[in-house]
Design a protein around this ligand. Sequence first.
Ligand code: GTP
Length: 353
Amino acid sequence: MKAVILVGGKGTRLRPLTNNLTKAMVPVLNRPFLEHALRYLKKHGVDEVILAMGYLPDPIQEYFGDGSRLGIKLIYMVEETPLGTAGAVKNAEQLLDDTFVVLNGDILTNIDLTAMIKRHFEVRPRASIALTRVDNPTLYGVVETDSSEMVKRFIEKPAPDKVTSHMINAGIYILEPDVLKNVPPATPFMFERQVFPTLLENGQPVLSYPSDAYWIDIGTPEKYLKVHFDLLLAWDSSLRKIRIEGRSKIDPGAVIEGPVLIAGDCVVEEQAQLKGPVVLGAGCYLAKEAVVEGAVLWPNSRVGRGALLTNSILGANSVIEDGVSIPESCVLGDNIVVDTECRLKKGGRLPAE
Ligand code: GTP
């Protein structure tokens, strides 16, 4: 089966993490986020993926190539200007001659896509939409359904007193190719606000696939950190809680409490403390007595002697100088330096700013 992954968004809410990378290439457990999405699709029988790209497409193509490393055929479609979710899929219409999957490129989920596809073929609607439950649906596209799970109504970002359902569009669709006939070519167009409501207005059947499986979008730095915590804390208790990929130098006098994932070429000095969940990207350096707790560090970053980093994200090639305590929940971008006076020399964002 074929799938389209939408990876064209700018990821503005993920800044400063997306200052130099597209959302799809942001590392999750030291792999580009898109790799997790591709593995998910492959697990559910997808063998060909069209990547609908816009912002910063080249690094994606350079990293994934023809997809053979992951056992999936990859085709790249680049938009000159953003075409929106449906416009981007319309752009690939000539490649889509049979029932296909569309996946938002910023979600991580365990939704059973195989079962969703099976249900689609049993009911044969024009479109199936996966739904997930959220506590606060006011920030999302809410989907109302009837007792047989057919979609009745879409409500974009309802006001708190207008919430009628906690089930939201999860960003996974199964579509019949003729749905794209309702999308104008080379024009910004959205599934959520235009294509699906129009199908309902025209009396076309739209099926929902509600699921309580794990689902999260990495739309904000807070959720980016939460994805890591969720994945690391879900590590099977029978397996090692400290995983070191490649060659790293961990001093026997360092104190490490899992779950911790350490990429290759890292150095952790004596009496440095790593308290999981923590991910160190390749080439990170933790000086003596540095404390890193609940944090994600991108490649080649340094935490100085006695410095403290808690519940925060540190971008690539960044430095926290000796003795600095970074306030909780900081999102520090690439190439920044926090000096010994706890001043941000360049880049990044401290919570008080
Ligand atoms: P923000 O800038 O933070 O709102 O994020 P976004 O635009 O990256 O994401 P949004 O949540 O609006 O979009 C959901 C998914 O659709 C993401 O995976 C985006 O990459 C993707 N997407 C959004 N707009 C486009 C587009 O115009 N073209 C393509 N190809 N993908 C898009």
